[in-house]
Write a protein that binds this ligand. Structure first.
Ligand SMILES: [Zn+2]
Ligand SMILES: [Zn+2]
Length: 225
């Protein structure tokens, strides 16, 4: 699927996105597959020989980090994550207790199934810009969840802060089961919708939304109060 000339989505259990820059490419999230074959194939076919030098991870859930070790070793890519999320990937810290009985079980299971500790090269904070991608801290789903706004295309890579349905026709509210702090996640989702005017939304789950304005308005009308 080709959305913009410079962005190649790799759809899966967790979506990943390959972004082409002048002299290198950047990967957002590494998917659920440990072997990351789809992503490796995408780099080979889409990157036109440019190196995959940077991997930005939106958060530490296993469906976004399972391919991290394979990809960063294979391509020698620098691994970047928000400062409040790195310790979960390096397993220096466990996720905080989630709000509610079931979300807490899901969090614990996620942790049990997640890959072994992996080192982070660099941590970032809200507002920093990496290769034209502005980091937006959207805590709640996990403490250090981020979204990224692309200054080149205007695309919002929303991670799991905003997800969409299978048709790409609706923005979904954060799901209680998968959020460590549902109230904060709802606040972050709404803030993202209020504060950005993206040309498209490319989510961590669900199909891309290519006409975001009306869907963002519908979300605000339904969940804004
Ligand atoms: Zn996810
Ligand atoms: Zn997640």
């Amino acid at each position: 699927m080709r959305i913009f000339e410079t962005i190649h989505p790799i759809m899966g259990v967790g979506n990943s996105y390959l972004i082409l820059r002048e002299s290198e490419c950047v990967l957002i999230d590494t998917g659920y597959s440990r072997g990351a074959k789809k992503i490796i194939d995408a780099v080979k076919s889409f990157a036109s020989g440019k190196p995959l030098a940077t991997i930005i991870v939106t958060h530490a859930h296993l469906d976004h980090i399972r391919g991290l070790e394979t990809l960063s070793i294979l391509f020698g890519a620098e691994v970047i994550v928000h400062k409040d999320e790195g310790d979960f990937i390096m397993k220096l810290e466990k996720f905080p207790r989630a709000q509610g009985f079931l979300p807490n079980i899901v969090t614990k299971l996620t942790e049990l199934m997640s890959p072994p500790p992996y080192p982070i090269d660099r941590v970032v904070t809200n507002g920093e810009v990496i290769h034209g991608l502005k980091i937006i801290h959207v805590p709640g789903h996990t403490p250090g969840s981020i979204a990224l706004l692309d200054s080149v295309t205007g695309v919002l890579f929303s991670g799991d802060a905003i997800t969409t349905n299978k048709k790409g026709s609706k923005i979904l509210p954060p799901h209680r089961l998968f959020c460590i702090d549902i109230e904060e996640a709802r606040k972050s989702a709404l803030q993202l919708i209020n504060d950005t005017q993206p040309s498209a939304i490319l989510p961590g789950h669900g199909k891309p939304i290519l006409d975001p304005e009306k869907h963002m308005l519908a979300y605000k009308t339904k969940f804004g109060g």
